[in-house]
Design a binder for this molecule. Structure first.
Ligand code: SF4
Length: 347
């Protein structure tokens, strides 16, 4: 008899226990005023945000955190005009601001990114962007000369794409261009890095600048063998104040090729699926470039005019002076599969 009376009470307790989390959620909703019948609270109602159609979202950003480099390419268009590098904590602060403003892809560039603290500076930024900020794509552009296997062991898992610059597979031509240091062989190092990318599951990209010295070269055989996920082919670009003009550190006038010559190079390699060409016009306005002070650089007038730093005025204000052309960014295929999780690397 006693047990019969006791049964419904046990069932009630069991029911409460089983549904504890939903009940707690309900109580929380009531207290926060989300419950449909709850008394109105004093919390002001948030108005829906009206999106400014002119607002530029920094989806993909190139952060040139250093201008220092160990190479001396004659056409370099981001030269060592300062030796400044932001302290790590300041750089991280800026990266958080960019993420909040909508950044999905960050590319670290220079100068030579592996020069600072023997690659640990860029390694820590890569790790931070992937682990803490959870950016879908984190990449680096490097000349490759200072990269070691140890670096891949420490930071490789956080890196989606590594792009290495290579303008020629003829070592003599690389030397003429200025891509080299002492007796180091640029092409041999490129091959090593390609293997490490395979071993540590990092997508591998090649960037080539087509100029007076390599415009007649046929790179088909080597590119097919290396099989990069993308082969970016740029037309040598003149930027006043960087590689031309009185205040410039380089004078690239002798490296320049005509649009027709550039088309000739592209025609020779047009059967290659990984080829992504970029003419001067496409290149000039379709990148969001941040310099070593985290200032956007506007290249529209043929020279790099800086905004104020995002650390001083915020992303939204600074980006208005970036000269960024989103249509051109999309036209040049700036948005592609850029996370290694989606790339399904089959090497
Ligand atoms: S490797 Fe890149 S940053 Fe260095 S000199 Fe050459 S083009 Fe400039």
């Amino acid at each position: 008899m006693l047990s019969l009376c006791f049964l419904p009470v046990m069932q009630i307790f069991a029911f409460i226990w089983k549904n504890m989390s939903s009940l707690l959620h309900g109580i929380k909703m009531l207290s926060s005023g989300c419950w449909p019948f709850a008394a109105p609270t004093t919390t002001p109602v948030q108005k829906p945000q009206v999106q400014d159609p002119e607002r530029i979202i920094p989806t993909s950003v190139n952060y040139h955190f250093t201008r220092q480099c160990n190479y001396k390419c004659g056409f370099c268009f981001h030269t060592a005009k300062t030796s400044f590098v932001l302290p790590m904590e300041e750089a991280k602060k800026g990266l958080v601001m960019l993420k909040v403003a909508g950044m999905e892809k960050i590319n670290f560039s220079g100068g030579e990114p592996f020069l600072q603290d023997r690659g640990n500076f860029v390694g820590k930024l890569v790790e931070y962007c992937k682990k803490e900020l959870k950016l879908p794509s984190v990449s680096i552009v490097s000349n490759g000369s200072l990269i070691t296997e140890k670096w891949f062991q420490l930071y490789g898992e956080h890196l989606d794409i590594l792009a290495v610059s290579c303008d020629s597979f003829i070592e003599e031509v690389n030397k003429l261009i200025g891509r080299g240091q002492g007796k180091k062989n640029h092409v041999e190092k490129l091959m090593k890095i390609r293997k490490w990318c395979h071993d540590y599951n990092v997508a591998f990209k090649i960037n080539s600048v087509i100029n007076r010295y390599n415009v007649d070269e046929d790179m088909t055989k080597e590119i097919e063998m290396i099989n990069p996920i993308r082969w970016k082919v740029f037309q040598c670009l003149i930027i006043d104040g960087e590689n031309c003009g009185d205040d410039a550190l380089r004078h690239a006038e002798t490296f320049v090729i005509s649009d027709e010559e550039f088309r000739g190079f592209l025609d020779r390699h047009k059967h290659m699926k990984c080829l992504v060409p970029e003419s001067n016009q496409q290149m000039r306005d379709s990148y969001l470039i941040l310099d070593e002070y985290m200032r956007f650089l506007d290249c529209r007038n043929g020279r790099k005019e800086p905004s104020r730093s995002i650390l001083d005025v915020g992303v939204e204000d600074a980006i208005k002076f970036s000269g960024f052309d989103e249509k051109m960014f999309l036209k040049r295929g700036g948005k592609y599969v850029w996370s290694k999780a989606d790339l399904k690397l089959d090497w």
